[in-house]
Design a protein around this ligand. Structure first.
Ligand SMILES: [Mg+2]
Length: 431
C-alpha cells in the first residue's frame, strides 16, 4: 500500500538554559536553547520522520511558522516519490519562487527547509533500517552527487569533480566503517569554556575533560582581553602543555580588532580562532587569516554552500565548521563536505545547542567513510547538555563519538519532553 505525507506537525520547544549560563558567550549571554521541531507524519502512524532547527529562544515561534509554510509542498504527496528522489525534493522546496524571496537560500526560510529535509532523511533512514551516516555512506557516488544542487558551485566544484572525489574514496569504505565502529569519531568539548562560568568552574571542567579522554577543549573569548588571557592560563594549567585549546569569539570583533586580540592571545597557542568576525565577511576572514598565526575556523552561521565556496576560494579558513540545521539540510551539507574535500580542508562540525551533536555526528561519519576518508585534524564539537531529552542520545566514550546503530538521524526528542517544554504552554513555561 502506498503512503502519503499527511502533516508537518510543528512544535515550539524551549529549554530554560539561560538560568545556568550554559551556552553563554561574548555575543549570546543568555540563550534558552530551543528547537523549532517538526514531525513529518504519514498515512501510516508508525512511519514518521523527525527534524528541527536549533535556535536560542525568542523567535523560535517565527522559525516554527516558517516550517509550517512548507506544508503545501509535501502534504498529500506520495512518500516513495518524495524519498525516492531527495535531490528533486530539495530543489522543489528551495526553489519555491515566492518563499525564495525571503532569502534567497539563507535565514529562517532556508533553515526551515533544512528541518524538513532532515526529517525526510530521518524517515528514509528509518525505513532503510540504517543509521543515517550508514545510509549515506553506502549510497553510490552517482546517487550522492544527484543530491547536490551544483548551481552556483561549478566555478569551484563540478559534478564530475565531485564524482571523482567520491569514487576515489569508494574502495576503502568498508574498512573505514569497521574503523568507525571500533574507534568512533574524535570529539572535542566546549563544556568547560562558557564565558559565564567562574574561574573555579573553568579549571574543574577543564581537568574533567582530560580525565574524560578529550584531546581538545574550547574556550569562549572576546568580551575582555585581560579575562581571556587569565582564563587561557587557567585552562592551560589545568590541561597541561599538550592538549589543544581552541578559542571562539562568536563574531565579536571587527577585522583590525580580531587581529590585535589574537596577536595578544598568540603566546597561549590557541589551536584555532572560531568566528572572529561577521560570518558574512569572507574577505575579512581572509585578512585575519593572513595577519595572524592562529588557524581560522568558521561556518556555524554560514548560511549556504555558496558562501562556503567563497570562504574556500579566498583561502579564508583552515577549518570548515558545518552545522546540521543552519543550511538546507543533509543535501546542502553533502555539497559543503564535497567542497571542503576539493580544497583539502578538514571539516570540524559545530555542535552543542540542543540536538546538534545528535544530528551532525552522522555527517562527519559519512564524511570519513565516503568523502574525505580521514579523521586527521577532524573533531566534532561535543557539549554535555540536554542529551537526556533524546530517544537515542549521542554516546561519547574516551573522547570519541560512538557510531550510532539505531535506524534514523537521532533527531527524535522524547514525547514527554515535547509536552513539558512546549512554549508557552508546557508545564516548564506555564508554571
Ligand atoms: Mg562557535
Amino acid at each position: 500500500m502506498s503512503l502519503n505525507i499527511t502533516e508537518l506537525d510543528c512544535a515550539d520547544l524551549r529549554f530554560p538554559t539561560s538560568t545556568e549560563s550554559d551556552g553563554s558567550d561574548a555575543m549570546n549571554p543568555d540563550p534558552d536553547y530551543s528547537a523549532a521541531y517538526v514531525i513529518v507524519r504519514t498515512s501510516d502512524p508508525e512511519q514518521n520522520g523527525h527534524g528541527f532547527v536549533f535556535t536560542i529562544g525568542r523567535g523560535n515561534e517565527v522559525q516554527t511558522a516558517a516550517i509550517r509554510a512548507l506544508e503545501p509542498h509535501l502534504v498529500g504527496m506520495d512518500l516513495e516519490t518524495v524519498l525516492g528522489d531527495m535531490g528533486e525534493t530539495w530543489r522543489r522546496l528551495v526553489h519555491d519562487s515566492q518563499l525564495r524571496w525571503l532569502g534567497p537560500e539563507k535565514g529562517v526560510m532556508h533553515m526551515a527547509i533544512g528541518a524538513v529535509v532532515n526529517a525526510l532523511w530521518d524517515l528514509k533512514a528509518r525505513r532503510a533500517g540504517l543509521p543515517l551516516w550508514q545510509l549515506l555512506a553506502e549510497m553510490s557516488p552517482e546517487e550522492l552527487v544527484d543530491l547536490v544542487d551544483f548551481r552556483y558551485l561549478t566555478d569551484a566544484l563540478t559534478r564530475d569533480e565531485a564524482l571523482e572525489i567520491l569514487a576515489k574514496a569508494e574502495p576503502g569504505r568498508q574498512h573505514r566503517i569497521d574503523q568507525l565502529r571500533n574507534n568512533g569519531f574524535p570529539a572535542y568539548t566546549t563544556t568547560p569554556g562558557w564565558l559565564g562560568y567562574s574561574d573555579e568552574k573553568l579549571a574543574q571542567l577543564s581537568r574533567e575533560a582530560v580525565v574524560d579522554g578529550f584531546t581538545q577543549i574550547k574556550l569562549k573569548v572576546g568580551a575582555n582581553l585581560a579575562d581571556d588571557q587569565r582564563r587561557m592560563g587557567i585552562a592551560r594549567a589545568a590541561v597541561g602543555p599538550d592538549l589543544r585549546i581552541a578559542v571562539d569569539a562568536n563574531q565579536r570583533w571587527d577585522v583590525p580588532e580580531a587581529i590585535e586580540w589574537m596577536t595578544a592571545l598568540a603566546p597561549h597557542e590557541p589551536y584555532w580562532i572560531e568566528e572572529p568576525t561577521s560570518p558574512d565577511d569572507i574577505l575579512g576572514h581572509a585578512s585575519i587569516r593572513r595577519a595572524i598565526s592562529t588557524p581560522v575556523a568558521t561556518g556555524e552561521h554560514v548560511h549556504n554552500r555558496v558562501m562556503f565556496k567563497q570562504l574556500l576560494q579566498s583561502q579564508a579558513v583552515d577549518f570548515v565548521q558545518i552545522d546540521a540545521t543552519r543550511v538546507a539540510g543533509v543535501n546542502e551539507n553533502v555539497a559543503i563536505l564535497l567542497l571542503a574535500a576539493k580544497y583539502g580542508k578538514p571539516v570540524c562540525p559545530h555542535a552543542g545547542g540542543v540536538g546538534l551533536c545528535e544530528l551532525v555526528q552522522h555527517l562527519s561519519m559519512f564524511d570519513f567513510v565516503a568523502v574525505s576518508g580521514s579523521v586527521e585534524d577532524r573533531v566534532i564539537e561535543y557539549v554535555d547538555h540536554l542529551h537526556e531529552h533524546f530517544a537515542t542520545p549521542v554516546v561519547v566514550r574516551d573522547g570519541s563519538y560512538v557510531a550510532p546503530t539505531t535506524p534514523g538521524s537521532s533527531a527524535e526528542i522524547l514525547p514527554l519532553t515535547r509536552e513539558r517544554f512546549r512554549f508557552p504552554d508546557g508545564e516548564v513555561w506555564s508554571g
